[in-house]
Write a protein that binds this ligand. Sequence first.
Ligand SMILES: C[S@@+](CC[C@H](N)C(=O)[O-])C[C@H]1O[C@@H](n2cnc3c(N)ncnc32)[C@H](O)[C@@H]1O
Length: 298
Amino acid sequence: MMRRRWVLAIGSILASAALAPALAFSAPEPPAKPAEGGDIVVPYEPTPDIVVQTMLRIANVGPADHVVDLGSGDGRIVITAVKDFGAQGLGVELDADLVKLSRANALAAGVADRAAFREEDIFKTDLSAATVVTMFLYRRINLQLRPSLLNLKPGTRIVSHFHDMGEWRPDKAELVKSSAHYGESWVRMWVVPAKADGAWLWREMRAGAMQQHRLVLGQDFQEIDGVLETESLRPIEIRDAKLSGAEIAFWLPIREGSHTVRWDYRGHVDGDRIVGQAESSDATGKRIVAWSATRQLR
Ligand SMILES: C[S@@+](CC[C@H](N)C(=O)[O-])C[C@H]1O[C@@H](n2cnc3c(N)ncnc32)[C@H](O)[C@@H]1O
């Protein structure tokens, strides 16, 4: 069952610790250290090239992207993102020798102008410019980073080699055969969801008149559901609700005379406002109405 965070009590709405790979990952995880101290919290182990390719492909990395690798090792993820996918990138690494090696590798690959490396603690890195964040860390480090990752711009993609994010389920996952990790590695990708939960004042023009309703949305990471409350009708549950980054979509069965008509809604969540369109097609043709919503309560 989805865990629900309801703002208003209205209506009835609403892995992998996997086998440890060889080398450093075969040892038990060291006890948690205070991350603020700038400690090496995960030992160095490179991601196999085939897995690097999968990580960047699964996130659909392209020239518009700014890829940040948290704990960048020898720089291979950032360098590949620049060289093979046309992105620009930043590697953040606490080990000074690995930072030096990464810069040399970037130079040798001819991408030093677009691949930067910084000696910095991953917990202190400003990720606000990132469109893609990559990681090959430990699960508990992923979980420590999770609150900050969830606060990044909606639509930012997070890709992890090997470890998951606890109950934040990935939007995509692939098992890759590789030379490391007993022959396989999980690659998982998450899209940072907009904060959509709360009570929204919904407006749409129908038959020349402005209609006002209330939409109450519940959210658990990228999973959402909700109820539309109107003055004249019983509350209607929204159907097949999806949230991908800032894009929300669902459909509603709306009574029109003696028929019930399916209306498909799409909208863009921008802070406390949603703006979108609803569409319906039947024998009489396609109809489109504009809708918007303003958050009243979270
Ligand atoms: C498992 S390696 C991954 C290297 C690279 N991302 C890859 O996939 O090939 C983890 C890296 O994180 C670095 N690291 C560990 N703790 C760190 C911290 N607090 N800040 C920055 N880098 C850190 C380690 O030095 C190591 O190079």
